[in-house]
Design a protein around this ligand. Structure first.
Ligand SMILES: [Zn+2]
Length: 381
C-alpha cells in the first residue's frame, strides 16, 4: 500500500500520527512503514527529515517503491498508532534553501539559458553548479531579483499535471521524465520538475544571499545562502566588521578604506625602517674597520637584514663577517660573508656543531642554528 505523503499535503506539518503497517529489523535499525507520514525521504537534492517516531529516533528516511521507510533505532508494535514529531528547524532550513535555490536557478535560466546541473545543501553553504559561465558582476542583479521574489510573498505551487497539461507546461528538468511529474512553480520566477518539499510562500525564505562564483567544469559553481543561514552568516560578518571598525576607529561602512590606509602606512614605515637600518649597519660596520674576522650579535633582525648587516661589515673588516640574530630559546638566523676565500666547509662544520641548516655560495652562507649564544661564541673561538 502506498504511503500517504503528508509532507506534500502540508509542508508545515510538524507532528502527526500514523499507523504502523510493518516493523522489520534490518542491519542498522528497524525499518518502519506507516500508513501516512510527514517525514520527507531523501530525494531531489533534499536530505531526509529527522525526528522521533513514538519513543524512537528516526535515523534515516527513504523511499522503497511507493512506500516511505523510516529507519529507527528501536522497534514499534505493528498495528499501533505512532506519534511522529519532526525536527522542524532542520526541515524548515532545508525548505528555505531549496525554494531559494529554485528562484535563483529560474532567474539564471531565464537570463542566461543555463541549467542547474548540481545542487548540494548539506554543508554550511549551499552550492549550485550551472552549465555556463556567470560573470561575477551579474551577481548583485540576480540577487536583487531573487529577493524581489521574496518580498512579493508569492504562493509556491506544487502540483502533478495530467499528461495533457504536462505537455503544455514549460519547466526546467535535468532529463526527460516519465509521467507523473511533480511541478514546483514560483509564479513569474521559476517552473521546475522537483520532488522536494518547499515553503508555502516565498516570504518564508526571508532572504537570499549570493556569496561567490568560481569556474567549475567549464561552467560556474555558485555559493549561496537563504533564510536563517544567510542571517547567521551576515551576523558573523557584521561582528567581524564591528571589531575591525573599533580597531581602526572607522565607521562600519569605511573599514575597507581604513584597512587600505593601514597597509599603505605599514609599507611606508617598512621602507623607512630599511633606510634607517642601512645607516645603522654602516655605522656598526665602520666600528669593525680593519678588525679581521668579526662575530657580531644583533637582536630582532629579519633574515634579509642579517644579510645586509653581514654585507656591510664584510666591506669594512678585511676578514669574514659572521652575524647572528635571535635568542637562545628560539635559535638564531645567521649570515656569513667574506670577500675572499670559501666559506662552504665552515658552513657545513657550523651546521654540524650548532644544530643548524643553511647554505649558499662560497663567499656567502645563510641559514639558522638552534644553539645558545655561548656555544656560537665557543665555535668561532
Ligand atoms: Zn528542487
Amino acid at each position: 500500500m502506498e504511503t500517504r505523503k503528508l509532507y506534500y499535503e502540508d509542508c508545515h506539518l510538524q507532528a502527526f500520527s500514523g499507523q504502523v503497517l510493518s516493523c522489520v529489523q534490518a542491519d542498522k535499525g528497524w525499518e518502519i512503514i506507516l500508513d501516512a507520514t510527514a517525514f520527507y525521504p531523501e530525494g531531489g537534492g533534499q536530505a531526509a527529515d529527522r525526528g522521533t517516531l513514538g519513543n524512537r529516533q528516526v535515523i534515516h528516511v527513504f523511499e522503497r517503491g511507493e512506500q516511505v521507510v523510516h529507519l529507527c533505532d528501536g522497534h514499534l508494535e505493528e498495528g499501533a498508532l505512532a506519534e511522529g514529531c519532526l525536527d522542524y528547524a532542520h526541515r524548515f532550513d532545508l525548505m528555505q534553501q531549496h525554494t531559494g535555490e529554485h528562484i535563483v536557478s529560474g532567474i539564471i535560466n531565464r537570463r542566461f539559458g543555463y541549467h542547474n546541473v548540481g545542487f548540494h545543501m548539506s554543508s554550511d553553504v549551499i552550492t549550485i553548479d550551472f552549465d555556463g559561465v556567470i560573470p561575477a558582476e551579474a551577481l548583485p542583479e540576480i540577487e536583487a531579483e531573487a529577493n524581489m521574489a521574496i518580498w512579493q510573498n508569492l504562493k509556491v505551487d506544487c502540483f502533478v499535471p495530467s499528461p495533457e497539461e504536462l505537455e503544455k507546461t514549460v519547466y526546467r528538468t535535468k532529463r526527460a521524465l516519465p509521467w507523473p511529474v511533480r511541478i514546483v512553480q514560483v509564479p513569474g520566477f521559476d517552473s521546475c520538475a522537483c520532488c522536494g518539499v518547499h515553503v508555502a510562500a516565498t516570504g518564508e525564505i526571508g532572504i537570499i544571499k549570493l556569496l561567490t562564483t568560481v569556474g567549475f567544469r567549464g561552467g560556474t559553481r555558485m555559493e549561496m545562502l537563504c533564510g536563517k543561514r544567510a542571517w547567521q552568516l551576515m551576523n558573523a560578518a557584521f561582528d567581524q566588521n564591528r571589531q575591525v571598525s573599533q580597531a581602526f576607529s572607522a565607521q562600519i561602512t569605511e573599514t575597507g578604506a581604513a584597512a587600505r590606509r593601514m597597509n599603505e602606512q605599514l609599507a611606508a614605515q617598512k621602507f623607512r625602517i630599511t633606510q634607517l637600518e642601512r645607516e645603522l649597519f654602516h655605522s656598526t660596520a665602520r666600528g669593525y674597520a680593519g678588525k679581521g674576522d668579526v662575530l657580531h650579535f644583533e637582536t630582532g633582525l629579519e633574515p634579509a637584514a642579517v644579510r645586509d648587516l653581514a654585507d656591510a661589515i664584510a666591506d669594512e673588516c678585511s676578514g669574514m663577517a659572521a652575524v647572528f640574530s635571535g635568542s637562545d630559546e628560539a635559535g638564531y638566523s645567521f649570515c656569513l660573508v667574506t670577500r675572499q676565500g670559501d666559506l662552504r666547509q665552515l658552513g657545513k662544520d657550523m651546521a654540524k656543531a650548532l644544530n643548524g641548516r643553511g647554505g649558499g655560495k662560497p663567499q656567502f652562507q645563510q641559514g639558522r642554528v638552534q644553539a645558545a649564544k655561548m656555544d656560537i661564541e665557543a665555535f668561532f673561538n
